[in-house]
Design a protein around this ligand. Structure first.
Ligand code: 2HA
Ligand code: ZN
Length: 256
C-alpha cells in the first residue's frame, strides 16, 4: 500500500530531524478507505484486545499504528516489522491485529484512538495523528510566557509567513501531564476543538490532519519558526517579527 511508504518516509524525517530519540513519538493513520473489501476482512493474528473506552465512531475502521517501544528510524526501514494494521471491532469495544505481524501498538494507542474517534465524530475526515519530540519546539515550552496559546502562536506565526499560512488555526498547549495517560489525551482533545497542532509542555508535539505529509509539514514549519526565534535570541537580539498588519494581509492573500 502506497500509504505505508508515505508513513515510512515521514518516520525517516522524524528521525533525521532529531525529533525521535530512542522510541520517541508515535504515528497512527486511518487506512480504511485504502483497503479492498478482501483486505478489510483479513483474519486476526491474535485474540481481540479490549479498549478502555468504546470507540463507536471507529467501528470496523482499520489503522496502521507504530509499535510499542519501536524506533522511528526502524519504522522508516521496515514499517511492518515496527508497526501493524489493527481493525476496530464493529461494537468499537476492542481491536484485532490483522497484518502483517502481531506487533503490539504504541502505548499511546488509546489516546490516538480517542482523538480519531472524537474528530471523526465531529464529521471531520481526520486520518492522521502524529506525535514527535522536536527539540526546538519543546524548548519553547520551558519558557513560562510561551505557555499561552495566543502568545506562542503569535511568536511562531510572526517569524515567517509560511507559519501563518500552513498552521492557520495556530497552536494549542497542554500543561505537563505524565506521558501516555488518559489525562493527557483528554486535555489534548480539548485543544483539538480549535487547533490541529498541540504542544505538550516539556514533552512534545501532536498534530492531526487528513494527510501524513501535511502533518509533518506543519510541525516542520513551526520548527523553522522556533529556530529563527531562538537563533536571534542566541545572537543577543529579540527578533522583530512580522507586524499584525503583515500577518493579517496573508488572510485574504491566501484565502485563510
Ligand atoms: O512513544 O513519545 O509520549 C513514546 C512517546 C510517548
Ligand atoms: Zn512523546
Amino acid at each position: 500500500m502506497a500509504e505505508i511508504e508515505r508513513i515510512a518516509e515521514v518516520a525517516g524525517y522524524l528521525w533525521t530531524k532529531g525529533w525521535a530519540e530512542r522510541n520517541g513519538g508515535n504515528i497512527s493513520v486511518n487506512v480504511t478507505s485504502l483497503m479492498s473489501e478482501e483486505e478489510k476482512t483479513l483474519p486476526a493474528l491474535c485474540p481481540a484486545i479490549d479498549l478502555l473506552t468504546p470507540m463507536e465512531v471507529l467501528s470496523n475502521h482499520i489503522f496502521y499504528v507504530t509499535g510499542t517501544g519501536k524506533r522511528m528510524r526502524y519504522v522508516a526501514q521496515d514499517p511492518f516489522a515496527n508497526g501493524s494494521l489493527i481493525r476496530i471491532s464493529s461494537d468499537g469495544k476492542s481491536y484485532e491485529i490483522i497484518a502483517e505481524q502481531p506487533i503490539v501498538p504504541t502505548s499511546e494507542l488509546p489516546s490516538h484512538l480517542m482523538m480519531h474517534n472524537y474528530l471523526r465524530g465531529l464529521g471531520r475526515d481526520i486520518k492522521v495523528v502524529v506525535h514527535t519530540h522536536p527539540t526546538d519546539l519543546i524548548g519553547m515550552t520551558h519558557c513560562k510566557p510561551f505557555l499561552d496559546s495566543e502568545k506562542l502562536t503569535r511568536t511562531l506565526w510572526s517569524m515567517i509567513p509560511e507559519s501563518r499560512i500552513i498552521v492557520p488555526k495556530g497552536v494549542g498547549i497542554v500543561p505537563y501531564e505524565i506521558p501516555g495517560t488518559l489525562a493527557l489525551a483528554e486535555a489534548t482533545i480539548r485543544q483539538l476543538e480549535k487547533h490541529d497542532v498541540v504542544f505538550w509542555e516539556k514533552h512534545g508535539i501532536l498534530a492531526v490532519g487528513e494527510d501524513i505529509i501535511e502533518c509533518f509539514d506543519a510541525i516542520d514549519t513551526l520548527s523553522k519558526s522556533a529556530q529563527i526565534y531562538m537563533n536571534a535570541r542566541m545572537c543577543g537580539y529579540e527578533p522583530e517579527g512580522m507586524t499584525d498588519q503583515q500577518l493579517d494581509d496573508l488572510v485574504p492573500a491566501f484565502g485563510l
